[in-house]
Design a protein around this ligand. Structure first.
Ligand code: ADP
Ligand code: ADP
Length: 229
């Protein structure tokens, strides 16, 4: 599903060169639940931007569902991003003036789905996260955990092949975090491929597979990251 080979991303800041990604290779199969763990500044956001087709590497290759990202122009890349990837963020990124249902419908508006179909699919998506009875609520009327569930429903509604979650429990208390992780485990059991990016080992351990990143280098299992704790 995902094949990354020898990926490099370098930033030049003043006189300094930072290898945000240093020869990263990573294969992710359909149905996996992978955690990418690393401390602040290790390259997690950079890797997330690559995985999510938000940015391109300086060197190396990325095949997503057999398609070579390098051969796509920016419009094709945006299209493939919308079709294949559902994003989940630390701060939910819900629109405050829209109801839960309207927030979930939003990605379908951009992909041109009819109003009736949008409603049905958004309700179905809200049902999957256990929030069908809150469809009419505004984000401000929902708890943090409920807001993240809405955001997960929004990520699911386009039926993406991959869910990409960046510190999805970073803004939640530990009990709510556990509930969100349980939901992600359920979704994984239903067949969704999940990539979870975090700096928190307790969170990463909930995934089925863990890779660590440090100074832009990826290691299978915990690698040096766990040894240095
Ligand atoms: P993390 O998400 O793990 O905190 P990042 O991917 O944001 O790590 O950053 C990895 C390294 O690359 C850091 O040293 C960071 O300062 C640097 N970096 C990231 N983005 C940029 C950028 N746009 N310009 C310059 N340096 C950057
Ligand atoms: P995180 O909270 O995931 O660790 P960061 O605070 O490291 O995220 O970075 C957030 C975004 O800011 C990154 O996606 C990156 O592109 C950008 N960024 C990070 N470090 C730098 C930097 N030194 N200079 C410019 N942009 C940066």
């Amino acid at each position: 599903m995902i094949q990354i080979k020898n990926m490099m991303k370098t930033y030049k800041l003043g006189g300094e060169t930072v290898h945000a990604l240093n020869n990263v290779s990573l294969e992710i199969k359909k149905g996996e639940f992978l955690a990418i763990i690393g401390p602040s500044g290790s390259g997690k956001s950079t890797l997330m931007n690559m995985l999510g087709c938000l940015d391109r590497p300086d060197q190396g290759s990325y095949f997503l569902d057999g398609k070579d990202i390098e051969e796509m122009d920016d419009n094709q890349l945006a299209l493939i991003r919308n079709q294949k990837i559902g994003f989940i963020f630390q701060n939910f990124n819900l629109l405050t003036k829209l109801s839960a249902l309207e927030n979930v419908e939003l990605p379908l508006i951009y992909s041109g789905v009819s109003a009736g179909e949008r409603r049905l699919r958004a309700l179905d998506s809200l049902m999957k996260v256990g929030l069908k009875d809150r469809a009419g609520h505004m984000p401000s009327q929902l708890s943090g955990g409920q807001q993240q569930r809405v955001a997960i429903a929004r990520a699911l509604v386009g039926q993406p092949s991959i869910l990409l979650a960046d510190e999805p429990t970073g803004a939640l208390d530990s009990k709510t975090s556990r509930e969100i992780l349980e939901l992600m485990q359920e979704l994984n059991e239903l067949g969704h491929t999940i990539i979870l990016i975090t700096h928190d080992l307790a969170i990463a351990k909930q995934a089925k597979r863990m890779v660590s990143i440090q100074d832009g280098r990826l290691q299978e299992n915990g690698g040096d990251f766990l040894e240095n704790l």
